[in-house]
Design a protein around this ligand. Structure first.
Ligand code: AP5
Length: 238
């Protein structure tokens, strides 16, 4: 199962992804988290760090490389949930090419294994299924996004996302205020979304994959809508 979460900064992609990965049993892949991890470990190139902190988009080739490596990890064999990737049409095209390549590689692996048992063949069939199931677009008006971002805090140890007003952190949490959540960077990120990522929506609409989800309301309400868009009635049900 491959699911893509699309939506402007602050629309709740990370919040919903934390719930969905548990519910669907597939890992979350967030290019934003991967870039921030590289920043923390000192391996992120300075030019990318400056772009991120000021609210711009890092170049396509940098994030495509991250996705290429991460999706070949063993825990992605049965699928994954993409959060924040793709953001541009070239990234979406690169994802299609990557999935096609992986599908072919897995297919060739199964054909080459003349002694495959039924179970192995089934596993191979599962691995070959590299098609995107749904692209979920979280819809939230811009007027609400700034307020969500400026009051966001993330626990450095657990990665848990909080909001100082709507979902306050517990006492003792080791909180981080993202550099790109400063008001001047927030405006730039929202502009970048409208200029670059919005072009992605018609790309997936034409493929019949796009499902719009109202992202306004309590996080649990939004989760119910997301699951319903995936054809699941409530948490824990297939
Ligand atoms: P990334 O980390 O992906 O940031 P983003 O897309 O801007 O999204 P956010 O993480 O800001 O918001 P979110 O939608 O996950 O909302 P959240 O759940 O946290 O990317 C960061 C940067 O990395 C980019 O700007 C770019 O530089 C670079 N980058 C990453 N991917 C890239 C790519 N593919 N190409 C190029 N560059 C890339 O929620 C926000 C707040 O709202 C929280 O406080 C939360 O508690 C609260 N909240 C959530 N849901 C609700 C609700 N229903 N009601 C009330 N409050 C809510």
């Amino acid at each position: 199962m491959i699911i893509i979460l699309v939506g402007p900064p602050g629309s709740g992609k990370g919040t919903q992804a934390q719930f969905l990965t548990r519910e669907l049993g597939i890992p979350q892949i967030s290019t934003g988290d991967m870039l921030r991890e590289a920043k923390r470990s000192g391996t992120l190139e300075k030019r990318y760090l400056d772009i991120m902190d000021s609210g711009g988009l890092v170049p396509d080739e940098a994030v495509i490389g991250l996705i290429d490596r991460r999706t070949s990890d063993p825990d992605c064999a049965k699928g994954f949930l993409l959060d924040g990737f793709p953001r541009t049409v070239p990234q979406a095209e690169a994802l299609d090419a990557l999935l096609e390549r992986t599908e072919k590689r897995a297919g060739a692996g199964v054909r080459g294994d003349s002694g495959a048992t039924g179970d192995q063949a089934d596993q191979g069939a599962e691995q070959r299924d590299r098609s995107i199931d749904a692209v979920l677009q979280l819809d939230v008006p811009r007027s609400l996004l700034e307020e969500r971002l400026i009051h966001r805090r993330t626990d450095k140890r657990s990665g848990q996302i909080y909001h100082l007003v709507y979902n306050p952190p517990p006492p003792g949490a080791d909180l981080e205020h993202r550099a790109d959540d400063r008001p001047e960077a927030v405006g730039k990120r929202l502009d970048a979304y409208e200029a670059m990522t919005a072009a992605l929506l018609p790309f997936y609409e034409k493929k019949g994959l796009l499902r719009r989800v109202d992202g306004v309301g309590a996080p649990q309400e939004v989760t119910k809508r997301v699951l319903s868009a995936l054809g699941r009635s409530s948490p824990g049900k297939a």
